[in-house]
Design a binder for this molecule. Structure first.
Ligand code: M6R
Length: 526
């Protein structure tokens, strides 16, 4: 069987575009994950040759291309090899035909893994989907074709047809993460796991043999870049603050496409780029990675999914040790990415990292002590259409992350910005009862009070995420009190109420925070 969970890029999410597709004679069935960049040209050629294309999804084109070669008398394997030459872009394709009891799949640029058990054979875009069936998993290489039969997998190179060996690796992760463990949603479970996962990461950083090469690659680099998307990008931004504040070192955070467009021409082989991706499969990140590789940069991977493409192609990688994150909104993985950056900043400065040992306890305390006030704030959010999250300096990435989390799972408009920028435009939105949330780190209280005043004096609602403080208290419509710590650890703890507020707000709106509409956990498309 073939199943494709579609994240609609080309072609509306409609039955006609649903995969798998069949060829005109209904002899071949297939599905695609990826992006065929010459599909329009191929469609024209196919239609001129008499094929009828029914959908607007490029996956259908792949099936017709293979069918065309089969009709010309080629075997399935040969037809896929020929299709490989014609289909441009990055993709993973899977096919079977009416006659053979075999499944064929090919990988080019998109993730594809294989597993064989006694009587079955599987292939899938990612490892977590296969783990409940077996933990012995084979990673395919780009340009590999696999032929699956019950209990058997054979691999061939698409360009030469040569048969090759691919060995299975045993994965130690359990799928305990795939159970809700008594929580209503994975998101809440994953928020509550954060203290334990932070402890796991700190233990790993103290023990792993991969830490030293990572640290020294950063130390010797001419220029350092941190590259990621979405939540992982916010971790990069926080990492950059940590490098500046703790190690007096510049590290440039960047989105992947921005990295190519804005910094690409000046990259050299003396630069180190940390690619940050929970899934390790985000296509945007992998595109930038390939670009940096061509420029000869040192490639460092920070990832959660072991065996992912990012892990396999990094020069050095470090796992963030979170176990699988099931909920689409990233929570525990953000916190561990940020902790990893903090650790790296300490190491760049040759400073003691023992302060990190306090973190698991502080994280738990924050969850326990902020939960109720987050629930209360979430109650109010029901009636709002928009919200600004403001942060200053080191809390700016947390404001952006809080805003991303809220918009992702409540569908309301929410923006996270640097608090001093508010008066340069967005302030015009403020009127009586307009809500603005301020994430205030202990050393920035004075400057933040000026920014809070801009909202308070216009009778806006002031939501505060900060350590207990008498002056701040006077301004607050609602106050989430974060346990006392210091300027450096505060942003990590302040992330937690932002996560909880979003979670409860989503729940109050009767939405499913784990699976927000239009989104996918792993974005394997450009
Ligand atoms: O797997 P990645 O870390 O590369 O994913 C990047 C983003 O798609 C991801 O962080 C996304 O922004 C989150 N789901 C937001 O909660």
């Amino acid at each position: 069987g073939i199943i494709q969970l579609r994240w609609a890029t080309f072609g509306a999410p409609a039955q006609v575009n649903a995969q798998p597709f069949m060829d005109c004679k209904q002899e071949i069935v297939g599905a695609e994950n990826g992006n065929i960049v010459n599909s329009i040209q191929l469609q024209e050629i196919l239609e001129n040759e008499g094929h009828t294309i029914q959908s607007t999804n490029d996956g259908e084109i792949c099936v017709h291309v293979v069918a065309k070669h089969m009709r010309a008398g080629k075997t399935m394997l040969e037809s896929i090899q020929l299709a490989y030459k014609e289909l441009k872009g990055d993709y993973a394709l899977i096919f079977f035909n009416k006659v053979e009891n075999k499944i064929y799949a090919i990988k080019k640029g998109s993730g594809l893994v294989v597993a064989v058990t006694e009587n079955e054979a599987y292939c899938s875009s990612d490892i977590p989907s296969i783990l409940p069936l077996t933990n012995e998993i084979i990673s395919m290489q780009d340009g590999d074709i696999v032929v699956l039969e019950p209990g058997k997998a054979e691999f061939y190179r698409a360009d030469t047809g040569e048969k090759v060996e691919r060995k299975a690796k045993v994965h130690k992760e359990t799928m305990e993460s795939a159970q809700k463990g008594g929580y209503d949603h994975f998101m809440l479970k994953e928020i509550h796991e954060q203290s334990d996962r932070a402890r796991d990461l700190i233990d790993l950083l103290n023990e792993s043999k991969f830490v030293e090469p990572f640290v020294s690659a950063l130390k010797s680099a001419r220029e350092i870049y941190f590259v990621g998307c979405g939540t992982s990008y916010h971790a990069c931004q926080l990492g950059s603050y940590y490098f500046n504040k703790i190690a007096n070192k510049r590290a440039i955070p960047s989105l992947p496409q921005q990295f190519i467009e804005e910094f690409g021409n000046s990259l050299t082989s003396e630069d180190a780029v940390v690619f940050v991706s929970q899934s390790g499969e985000t296509k945007d990140v992998l595109n930038a990675l390939n670009y940096a590789k061509e420029k000869g940069c040192k490639i460092l991977g920070m990832l959660n999914v072991l065996g992912s493409t990012l892990m396999n192609i990094s020069d050095v990688y470090l796992p963030i040790a979170c176990g699988y994150e099931i909920s689409v909104p990233a929570t525990k993985t953000f916190l561990n990415q940020a902790i990893m950056f903090l650790y790296m900043a300490f190491r760049q400065a040759d400073k003691d990292t023992s302060e990190l040992a306090e973190l698991p306890g502080l994280i738990q305390k924050t969850i326990d002590e902020t939960d109720e006030s987050c629930k209360e704030i979430a109650e109010h959010i029901k009636g709002w259409k928009e919200l600004y999250y403001l942060g200053y300096g080191i809390t700016h990435p947390i404001a952006k992350e809080g805003a991303l989390k809220l918009k992702e799972i409540t569908y309301m408009h929410c923006e996270g910005i640097f608090s001093s920028e508010f008066k340069h435009g967005p302030l015009s939105a403020v009127e009586k009862d307009y809500p603005v949330a301020f994430i205030t780190a202990p050393e920035n209280v004075d400057i933040m009070i000026s920014h809070i005043n801009e909202v308070a004096c216009r009778h806006g609602k002031v939501l505060l995420i900060a350590e207990d403080n008498e002056v701040l208290q006077k301004y607050a419509t609602s106050f989430v009190k974060v346990p006392k710590t210091n300027q450096i650890l505060f942003p990590l703890l302040a992330t937690i109420p932002a996560q909880l507020i979003s979670y409860y707000a989503s729940k109050n709106l009767d939405l499913d925070p784990d699976f927000p509409r239009n989104l996918s956990k792993t974005l394997t498309v450009d």
